[in-house]
Design a protein around this ligand. Structure first.
Ligand code: 3HC
Ligand code: NAI
Length: 655
């Protein structure tokens, strides 16, 4: 079977790209397309061509799996050039997601029609490349430079209505499926043929790329310099769009090809593509039958309206799912609601959300003090204080009221899921859903498999991530699960570095220069040092005394320095501004002396190496012990939960 099917309806040829699951433009598709364009160009019976994707989508891009491979065959650009040069009008019919090389293909067609639900974009930068088939040259000619810069450097999608407004598509076709789209595209093509409409080429539209001040590009680079630190593709995209405005077509088009190849051949592209597939792999649950499908969660209850409960409520409400928040008192409920309202107000003030979207989301969140009122929800997520006795009491109550089949989830970050599940008569329905703070922003959802969690419970909890625009990983029920267990190893190594000669600010700076958003000591100060201190005191009885143990963290807490909230921790604070504190350096020097450690200068490279290796080792142990199914899950956890640089390919790439 060919990956592009051919048929004719009267004098219109129909080319259907059929390369499941997303009709990626693999070598086989490129070869078939080239053959068929030659055929339609030379067949006197053919007067027009419709190019469409089989199933649910148009072409979603180049085949990312081919990037690292040496393939024999026509150049990547050949089918694009053939379509643009075709003697018959080619009408691209878009549905699903027309992305990357897919949108570029459509931009070489002479006309484009789309279903209203179509989304288009050039997301190449997210996988480490840039649009390499004319996207940086053609899109600005339609949408203008400013919008093209934003869309392409950020890899944003836009909807069909927006695309129509900007002339990226010529007409929207009524309907929701392939058949409706094909009917609409055929009617459009017949009209083009009947009216002898011209073979329009986007490359000939020069108005929007003429007379652009070079300051536009300089300003854009400057504004994004921090965000693009360590990245290659976004910088090159700006260069290419600038070339579209300053060089003749042939030169700028060739420049784009060279820039694309530079990105494609970089280690960064390999790392970013790896993360793309790792994220999709992590969503798959090892050891359960593919027959078990995630059940959509249509309503959720959240117990506890504190920091996490509030953020989790927003994550659901923002994605159209109604939320019932349950609290212990009317005051707590009111306070929690107030914070959510404040967060939405801030988003509106910043311009990241419209007032109507914020109002809609807010209206999806209601409060209650009664367990009976939440019983009909598909899922409940507990986010009360981190105390086993309270969690068990809550789960006992949930067991009594939740409908059969409901998922009973806990947001605990440290406690044993099985003990929590033991408070119910249905441990198979219990699972960990560990969100990261702020839960409405952070992308990771670390699901935790209890000893008795059923396959259905796991599938639904993992599937939920997609519904609320998050990325899921599945961890086993070990201390700290995946994320915090590795964070423990990271912190331990950092503390040893302090005692051997480093300072908190040197460690933080070195990690930031490496690419982490924030160093460990600033992070600890922000989260509050007292929580960890309480946990350490409790765990002191179980600690293996033969292993090296740092004194610094406890000493700091003993001075009442709990971080930002007390104005002092590892750093001293003026509001949120941290400055190094000589008193802490003194405290560390004393700890070194007491432990008999001779302090010596430690290089930034040694700091980064030792911390990353400690993290990699802990990750390997987690996989070895079966608490993570694969190394990729560790990478996904660190990229999405802790801001570990994607372009390093997570811990696997850096270790
Ligand atoms: N190449 C190869 N495989 C791809 C792919 C691609 N471009 N896009 C998706 N896939 C695979 C996924 O790995 C997954 O495989 P699996 O089932 O074996 O895990 C399967 O297709 C389905 O993907 P999703 O699970 O992501 O399905 P969704 O329905 O959630 O999303 C999508 C579909 C929006 C198309 C999303 O997959 C996506 O964003 N894909 C990447 C699009 C992209 O980056 N395109 C640009 C590529 S680079 C390029 O085009 C260069 C050009 O300029 C020359
Ligand atoms: P928080 O102290 O901000 O909020 C807890 C809320 O639970 C309070 O509003 C309290 O009134 C309510 N509550 C307490 N007992 C209750 C009961 N019996 N019934 C109903 N409501 C009750 O705590 P936070 O930070 O939101 O943490 C909640 C859970 O999330 C904990 O298990 C914590 O370990 C976990 N977590 C916290 C993270 C964080 O960064 N704060 C990150 C990930 C998980």
């Amino acid at each position: 079977m060919s990956s592009v099917n051919y048929r004719r309806e009267g004098d219109i040829a129909i080319l259907i790209v059929d390369n499941p699951p997303v009709n990626a433009l693999s070598m086989a598709v490129r070869v078939a397309l080239l053959d068929l364009i030659e055929k339609t160009d030379t067949d006197p019976e053919v007067k027009g061509v419709v190019l469409i994707g089989a199933g649910k989508t148009f072409v979603a891009g180049a085949d990312i799996r081919e990037f690292g491979k040496k393939l024999e065959g026509p150049s990547g650009r050949a089918p694009y050039e053939a379509i643009e040069a075709s003697k018959r009008p080619v009408i691209a019919a878009l549905h699903g997601t027309a992305l990357g090389g897919g949108l570029e293909l459509a931009l070489t067609a002479h006309y484009r029609v789309a279903l209203p639900s179509t989304r288009i974009g050039l997301p190449e930068a997210l996988v480490g490349v840039l649009p390499g088939a004319g996207g940086t040259q053609r899109l600005p000619r339609l949408v203008g430079v400013e919008i093209a810069l934003d869309l392409i450097t950020n890899g944003k999608h836009i909807d069909a209505k927006n695309a129509l407004q900007h002339g990226v598509v010529d007409e929207l076709v009524d309907g929701t499926d392939f058949d409706a789209l094909l009917r609409g595209a055929l009617a459009f093509a017949r009209n083009v043929v009947a009216e002898k409409l011209p073979l329009k080429r986007v490359r000939d539209l020069n108005e929007k790329v003429t007379g652009i001040d070079s300051a536009v590009f300089a300003k854009y680079r400057e504004a994004n310099a921090k965000k693009w630190k360590g990245l290659l593709a976004p910088w090159k995209i700006v260069d290419c769009i600038e070339a579209a405005c300053t060089k003749p077509w042939d030169q700028a088009y060739a420049f784009e090809e060279r820039s694309f190849n530079e990105c494609k051949d970089s280690p960064q592209r390999a790392a970013l593509s790896y993360i793309f597939f790792a994220e999709r792999e992590a969503a798959k649950i090892a050891g359960i039958s593919p027959e078990v499908k995630a059940q959509p969660v249509k309503s959720v209850a959240i117990v506890g309206a504190g920091t996490m409960g509030g953020g989790i409520a927003m994550a659901f409400a923002n994605n159209g799912i109604p939320v019932k928040q349950l609290e212990a008192s009317p005051e707590a409920l009111e306070r929690g609601r107030g914070i959510i309202k404040q967060n939405y107000d801030t988003s509106v003030a910043r311009g990241s959300m419209s007032q109507s979207k914020a109002d809609e989301a807010m209206s999806r969140i209601s409060g209650t003090l009664s367990y009976e009122e939440i019983g009909a929800c598909d899922m409940v997520i507990e986010a009360v204080f981190e105390e086993m006795s309270i969690k068990k009491e809550v789960f006992g109550k949930l067991d009594k009221v939740m409908k059969p089949g409901a998922i009973l989830a806990t947001n605990t970050s440290t406690l044993d899921i099985d003990q929590i599940a033991s408070a119910t008569q249905r441990p198979e329905a219990v699972v960990g859903t560990h969100f990261f703070s702020p839960a409405n922003v952070m992308k990771l959802l670390e699901c935790v498999r209890g000893g008795k969690s059923s396959a259905q419970t796991l599938a639904t909890a993992m599937g939920l991530a997609k519904q609320i625009s998050k990325v899921a990983v599945l961890a086993g029920n070990c201390d700290g699960f995946i994320g915090n267990r590795i964070l423990g190893a990271y912190g331990r190594q950092a503390d040893f570095l302090l005692e051997e000669g480093a300072t908190p600010w040197q460690v933080d700076e070195a990690l930031k220069a490496f690419g982490l958003p924030m160093g460990i000591y600033l992070m600890r100060d922000m989260a509050g040092l007292d929580i960890g201190w309480r946990v350490r005191k409790y765990r002191e009885q179980f600690r293996d005394k033969s292993l090296r143990h740092s004194l610094v963290a406890d000493r700091i807490c003993e001075q009442g320095r709990y971080g930002q909230k007390t104005g002092a921790g590892y750093y001293k604070y003026d509001g949120r501004n941290a400055t190094p504190d000589p008193a802490i350096e003194q405290l560390i020097v004393e700890a070194s002396r007491e432990l008999g450690i001779e302090r010596k200068p430690i290089s930034d490279q040694e700091i980064v190496n030792r911390i990353i290796i400690a993290m990699v080792n802990e990750g390997a142990r987690i996989v070895g012990e079966g608490y993570a199914a694969r190394a990729a899950d560790i990478d996904v956890t660190y990229v999405y939960g802790y801001g570990f640089p994607r372009y390093e390919g997570g811990l696997s790439g850096s270790g």
